[in-house]
Design a protein around this ligand. Structure first.
Ligand SMILES: Nc1nc2c(c(=O)[nH]1)N[C@H]1C(S)=C(S)[C@@H](COP(=O)(O)OP(=O)(O)OC[C@H]3O[C@@H](n4cnc5c(=O)[nH]c(N)nc54)[C@H](O)[C@@H]3O)O[C@H]1N2
Ligand SMILES: Nc1nc2c(c(=O)[nH]1)N[C@H]1C(S)=C(S)[C@@H](COP(=O)(O)OP(=O)(O)OC[C@H]3O[C@@H](n4cnc5c(=O)[nH]c(N)nc54)[C@H](O)[C@@H]3O)O[C@H]1N2
Ligand code: SF4
Ligand SMILES: [Mo]
Length: 896
C-alpha cells in the first residue's frame, strides 16, 4: 500500500500514522475496528524506516489511551462552559487589551515539542510576526536547547548529521546520558539486534546510574554526574597524543583545533581525570583505546548531557571528538542527538524557541529578520530574542508578563522550581491553556481552557531524531468541540485582525507555506541554510495526504530518492567560513557540587512505561503496572548512612521544597546520588511531584535548566499509619500526608500514609455496602473489605508494613463476579493461595509478573531471557523487559 489510508471492509480502516510519544518517530499501522467507540488496533509499520515494524510498550498501548476519559471537550472561561466563538473572542480581546496597555513584551506563548509542525508554525508566526513579541518559548528549552546551541556553535546550524541506520553500521556505539532501553526503546532494539548479529560491535554506556541500557553494554562508565566534559576532553587529548586524528579533515573542514586542544589538555592525566569523573582509571583508558582504534563510532546522547548547566559544553566536547577524527556524516559514524519528543525537531524547524525566528533563521542575523518579515508580510515582526522558559516564568512572577498561552505542555509539573511557576501563574492576569485533557496541574490555574484535538484526531507532520518528516494522520473524527491547535491559533489571529495571513483551511495549507519559507532566498546570495524542503512547496492536498516519510533537506527539484541520509562527510558546514568549529570547552568542578546542608545530588528522569506528566499513559492500566508509584533510588551505602529502609517512606529535601517519597535501595545509583522519576503530578499523588525540588539554574549558552543535578538531603521519617486502599470508585486523597493513585482495570489503588486513614475512608466509602472488618492480633493491622452483590467494592489495609501484601492479586479480585465467603477471608488476610501470586508486572505487553517469571526460571532452569519468552511469552513483543528478565535470571542463578 503506497498511500496512507486503506479500507479493508465497511468497518475496518487501516491508517498509517506516527507514534505519539518519543523522538524515534515510529511508523504505526492503525486498524480502526470501531470508529464511534474509538477502538483501534495498533501495530508497527513494517515499511517505516524508523522502526521497520517494531514498537515499544508505550507505542503498543496507544489504543488504550484514545478513549474520551478525562478529555477536555468544550471551551471554558473559568468554570463556565462557553461556545468557541465566546472563548476565541475572550482570548483575542484580552490579548489586544494586554498589548495596548503594556506592549507586546507583556505577552507570552509557551509551546511544546508535542505540537505538530503545522500547529507550531502558526503559533510562531502569530507571536513573532504579528503580535510582535518573541516571548515564545517551548518545553524544548528543558529538553533539546543544549544540543541546539552546541550544534550551532560547531556545525553552524542545528543539523543532526547522521541517521538511525548508522547504529546498525557502527562498530562502536557510545550512549551518553541516555537510558535508551527505556526512553528510545525501538532504537535500543535496533542496537541490540545489530549486536546480536555482530557480537564484536561494542556498546559503551556513560551514565552515573546502571540503567537497563547497560544490559547490552560492554563497558559502563558510572561517571560522577556532570563530569562528561572532563571525560571527552581527556578523549580529545588522547586521540591527539596517539596520532588518531584525521588531519586532512581537520585542515580542510574545521577551525579552532589548536585552541580546543590546549583547553582539552588542561584536564590532566588518566589518574586525574579518573578521579574527577569518579571512575576507574582502567575503564577510562579502555574507553579511550576502543574509541581510538574503531573507525565507525556513533555517539548518541540525550538528557544526561542536555539537562545540565554545562550542557552545551558537553555537547561540543562530544562533537569535537567526531570532528577531529573525521567521523561525521559517514556510514556508521557520527554524533547523534536523540531527541525526546515526537516533534522536538519539527518545533526547531519552525523556530519555536525564543531565540529562533523561523525555518532555521535567527534573530542574530538582521537579514534573516528582514527576510521573514517580507515573506510573512508581517506588520510587527519581533527583532530580538525573547525570554527563555525559566526567565519567562520569573518575569511572570515579577508581574512583567500579563498574558500567557500554554499549549501542549504542563509546566507546573515539568519546570524546575515548580512552586515559582505556580506563584507566577497565580499572578498572571490571563492564563490560557490549550490541552486535550480536562484537568492538569497547569490547567488548574487557567482562566480560559481550550479543548485541543488529541493524537488520534490530529493531522499534520512531525520530524524525528534523524531529520525524517512523517505524517501523523487522524484516526477518528474530532471529539466533542475539540479543534486542532492550528485552527485555534488561526481563529484568534483572525479575531485580532490578521485574518488574511492566517486563512488556513487545512494542515496542508500550512505545510506548503512552511516548505516555501524554508526555500525562500535560501541560496548563496541570500544565506544558505540547512533546513530546506523546497521540493514540497507546491505539494497538492492529495500528495500531502499520501506523503511518505522522508529526510530533509529536500530542495526544489529533488525527490525522496535524493534523501540526505548523512551530511558533512565532505565538510560544507553552515558557518560563515563553511568550516566546523572545534569549540574549546572547559570543565568546571563547581558546576555540580552538593553542599553541607544538601550533601547528595538529586538526579531526575524517566521510567519505561510512563510519558512525562502521565496525562495519557496513566489512562492505560497496562502501562501503569510496571512502575506504579514514585520512588527514590538510594545507594545501599547512603541508605545505611541516613538510616533508610527499602520500601519505607523518607523525606527528600532540597533548597526549594521537601516531599515524602518511597525509598528504593539499589546499587544502580552511584553513592552520593539519588534518582527520582519526573512523571507524578498532583492529579495522582500528594507529594510525588519532583519539579518543586529541582534547581532552576541554567546553562549559559542554551538557557536549559540542569534538571539532573540538584543538591539534596534525605531523612528517615516515622509515619505510624500506612495503608493500601483499592476501590472501584476514585477517592479523595487530599487529607493524607502521603498518597499515590494508580488506575487498574476495575478501579483505583491508593498507597497512603498519615493520620486517621481508617476513619476517613470508612466514612467516605460509606455504609451502604456489606463490610467485613478484621484486626490482625499479631501486627495490629486493621483490614476492611466492602462487597455489593458478591462483588468486591473496596478493600482497605491499614498497618505498619505493607510491602508483602500482593497488590496484583488483590486487584485481580475486583474482576471476580461472585466471591465465596471462604475467599473473602483470604482477601482480608491479603494473601493469595500458593501459585496465584504473580508479583509486580515485568512484561507490560502480556502482563507477566515477577513471581511468575521467577517460578518459571526455577522450574525450567532457564539461563536466557529467550527461554522465559518461549515459556511465558514475556519479553517477546516489544522486548523492553528483557533487561529485567535477565536480572531475575542472574539473581536466581546467584541463589543456587
Ligand atoms: N518511557 C519514556 N520514554 C521517553 C520519555 C518519557 O517520558 N518516558 N520522554 C521522551 C523525552 S521528551 C526525552 S527528552 C527523552 C529522554 O531520554 P533520556 O535522556 O534517555 O532519559 P532520562 O531518564 O531523562 O535521562 C537519561 C539518563 O541521564 C543520566 N544522567 C544524569 N546526569 C548525568 C550526567 O551528568 N552525565 C551523564 N552522562 N548522564 C547523566 C540519568 O542517570 C539517566 O539515566 O526520552 C523520551 N522518551
Ligand atoms: N525534573 C525533571 N523535569 C523535566 C525533565 C526531567 O528529566 N526532569 N525533562 C524535561 C523534558 S526533556 C521535557 S520534554 C518536559 C516534558 O514536560 P511536559 O511537556 O510538561 O509534559 P507532558 O506531560 O508531555 O505535557 C504535554 C501536555 O500536552 C497535552 N497534549 C497532548 N497532546 C496535545 C495536543 O495535540 N495539543 C495540545 N494543546 N495539548 C496536548 C497533554 O495532555 C499534556 O498536558 O519535561 C521536562 N522536565
Ligand atoms: S520507541 Fe516507542 S514511544 Fe518511541 S516512537 Fe517508537 S513506539 Fe513510540
Ligand atoms: Mo524531552
Amino acid at each position: 500500500m503506497s498511500g496512507s489510508i486503506d479500507t479493508c471492509n465497511d468497518q475496518q480502516q487501516v491508517i498509517h500514522t506516527t507514534c505519539a510519544y518519543c523522538g524515534v518517530g515510529c511508523g504505526i499501522k492503525a486498524t480502526i475496528t470501531d470508529k464511534d467507540l474509538h477502538m483501534v488496533d495498533i501495530e508497527g509499520r513494517k515499511d517505516h524506516p524508523a522502526n521497520f515494524g517494531r514498537l515499544c510498550s508505550k507505542g503498543s498501548a496507544l489504543g488504550e489511551t484514545v478513549s474520551l476519559e478525562n478529555r477536555l471537550l468544550t471551551p471554558f472561561i473559568g468554570e463556565q462552559r462557553v461556545s468557541w466563538d465566546s472563548a476565541l473572542d475572550e482570548v483575542a480581546e484580552r490579548l489586544k487589551a494586554t498589548i495596548e496597555e503594556y506592549g507586546p513584551e507583556a505577552v507570552a506563548l509557551y509551546g511544546s515539542g508535542q505540537l505538530l509542525t503545522e500547529d507550531y508554525y502558526v503559533a510562531n508566526k502569530l507571536m513573532k510576526g504579528f503580535i510582535g513579541s518573541s516571548n515564545m518559548d517551548t518545553n524544548s528549552r528543558l529538553c533539546m536547547a543544549s544540543t541546539v546551541a552546541g550544534q550551532k556553535r560547531s556545525l553552524g546550524s542545528d543539523t543532526v548529521p547522521g541517521s538511525y541506520e548508522d547504529l546498525e553500521l557502527a562498530d562502536m556505539i557510545v550512549l551518553v546520558g541516555a537510558n535508551t532501553a527505556w526512553c528510545h526503546p525501538v532504537l535500543f532494539q535496533r542496537i541490540r539486534a545489530a549486536k546480536e548479529q555482530r557480537p564484536d560491535m561494542k556498546v559503551v554506556v556513560i551514565d552515573p546510574r546502571a540503567t537497563d541500557t547497560c544490559d547490552i553494554a560492554d563497558l559502563h562508565l558510572p561517571l560522577k554526574s556532570g563530569t562528561d566534559t572532563a571525560l571527552f576532553n581527556k578523549l580529545f587529548s588522547y586521540l591527539d597524543k596517539h596520532n588518531k586524528l584525521d588531519q586532512s579533515y581537520i585542515d580542510q573542514h574545521t577551525q579552532g583545533f589548536n585552541e580546543a586542544l590546549k583547553a582539552a589538555r588542561k584536564i590532566g592525566n588518566f589518574s586525574e581525570v579518573a578521579e574527577i569523573c569518579g571512575i576507574e582509571k582502567g575503564a577510562l583508558k579502555q574507553f579511550c583505546e576502543w574509541y581510538a582504534e574503531t573507525d565507525k563510532v556513533v555517539t548518541a546522547w540525550s538528557q544526561g548531557v542536555n539537562q545540565s548547566v554545562a550542557g552545551t559544553d558537553k555537547v561540543n566536547a562530544i562533537i569535537n571528538c567526531h570532528l577531529i577524527t573525521g567521523r561525521i556524516g559517514k556510514p556508521g559514524s557520527g554524533p547523534l542527538s536523540l531527541t525526546g519528543q515526537p516533534n522536538a525537531m519539527g518545533g526547531r524547524e519552525v523556530g519555536g524557541l525564543a531565540n529562533q525566528l523561523a525555518a532555521h533563521m535567527d534573530f542574530s542575523n538582521t537579514d534573516d529578520v528582514d527576510r521573514v518579515r517580507r515573506f510573512w508580510k508581517a506588520p510587527n515582526i519581533a527583532t530580538a530574542p525573547g525570554k527563555t522558559a525559566v526567565d519567562l516564568f520569573n518575569a511572570m512572577d515579577k508581574g512583567d508578563i500579563k498574558f500567557v498561552w500554554i499549549m501542549g505542555t504542563n509546566p507546573v509539573v515539568s519546570m524546575p522550581d515548580a512552586n515559582k511557576v505556580i506563584s507566577a501563574l497565580k499572578k498572571c492576569p490571563t492564563v490560557v491553556v490549550s490541552d486535550c485533557i480536562e484537568k492538569t496541574d497547569t490547567s488548574e490555574f487557567a482562566h480560559i481552557r481550550l479543548p485541543a484535538a488529541g493524537w488520534s484526531e490530529k493531522d499534520g507532520t512531525v520530524t524525528n531524531s534523524e531529520r525524517r518528516i512523517s505524517r501523523q494522520r487522524a484516526l477518528f473524527d474530532l471529539s466533542g468541540a475539540s479543534k486542532p491547535d492550528w485552527w485555534i491559533i488561526s481563529k484568534v489571529a483572525e479575531k485580532m485582525g490578521f485574518g488574511e495571513a492566517f486563512d488556513y483551511q487545512r494542515a496542508a495549507d500550512i505545510f506548503r507555506e512552511h516548505a516555501t519559507l524554508s526555500a525562500f532566498e535560501n541560496n548563496s546570495e541570500g544565506r544558505r541554510r540547512d533546513f530546506d524542503i523546497g521540493a514540497l512547496a507546491a505539494i497538492s492536498d492529495a500528495e500531502y495526504e499520501a506523503l511518505e516519510p522522508f529526510q530533509w533537506p529536500l530542495v526544489s527539484g529533488q525527490t525522496s530518492a535524493h534523501s540526505h541520509t548523512r551530511l558533512f562527510a565532505e565538510g560544507g558546514f553552515f558557518t560563515e567560513t563553511g568550516r566546523a568549529t572545534i569549540v574549546s570547552t572547559t570543565f568546571k568542578v563547581s558546576y555540580h557540587q552538593p553542599n553541607a546542608d544538601y550533601p547528595l545530588l538529586l538526579n531526575t528522569g524517566r521510567v519505561r512505561d510512563h510519558w512525562h506528566t502521565m496525562t495519557r499513559t496513566a489512562l492505560s492500566p497496562r502501562l501503569s503496572q510496571h512502575i506504579d508509584e514514585p520512588f527514590l533510588e538510594v545507594h545501599p551505602g547512603d541508605a545505611q548512612k541516613y538510616g533508610l529502609v527499602d520500601q519505607a517512606l523518607c523525606r527528600l529535601s532540597t533548597a526549594f521544597d521537601s516531599i515524602l517519597i518511597r525509598v528504593a535501595v539499589t546499587p544502580s545509583v552511584g553513592k552520593g546520588n539519588v534518582f527520582m522519576p519526573m512523571h507524578w503530578t498532583r492529579q495522582n499523588s500528594k507529594t510525588g511531584h519532583c519539579g518543586v525540588l529541582v534547581k532552576p539554574a541554567v546553562d549559559p549558552w542554551s538557557k536549559q535548566p540542569g534538571c539532573k543535578h540538584t543538591p539534596a538531603r534525605i531523612e528517615a521519617v516515622s509515619l505510624k499509619q500506612q495503608a493500601v486502599l483499592l476501590s472501584r470508585k476514585k477517592q479523595d486523597f487530599e487529607p493524607f500526608d502521603y498518597a499515590t493513585e494508580v488506575k487498574f482495570q476495575q478501579g483505583f489503588r491508593y498507597e497512603l500514609a498519615g493520620r486517621g486513614i481508617g476513619s476517613t475512608m470508612l466514612e467516605s466509602i460509606g455504609s451502604d455496602k456489606e463490610r467485613i472488618d478484621y484486626t490482625d492480633p499479631k501486627t495490629g493491622s486493621a483490614r476492611s473489605v466492602w462487597f455489593a452483590l458478591g462483588q468486591l467494592q473496596a478493600l482497605l489495609i491499614v498497618g505498619e508494613s505493607l510491602s508483602d501484601c500482593d497488590r496484583a492479586w488483590l486487584q485481580a479480585a475486583f474482576e471476580k463476579e461472585d466471591i465465596p465467603f471462604s475467599e473473602r477471608w483470604r482477601l482480608l488476610a491479603g494473601m493469595p493461595p500458593q501459585g496465584e501470586d504473580t508479583g509486580k508486572v515485568v512484561c507490560a505487553c502480556f502482563g507477566v509478573g515477577e513471581k511468575t517469571i521467577c517460578r518459571a526460571i526455577e522450574e525450567g532452569g532457564f539461563s536466557d531471557p529467550a527461554q522465559v519468552g518461549q515459556s511465558l511469552k514475556a519479553g517477546t513483543n516489544c522486548g523492553s523487559c528483557i533487561p529485567e528478565i535477565r536480572k531475575l535470571i542472574t539473581s536466581a542463578t546467584a541463589l543456587t
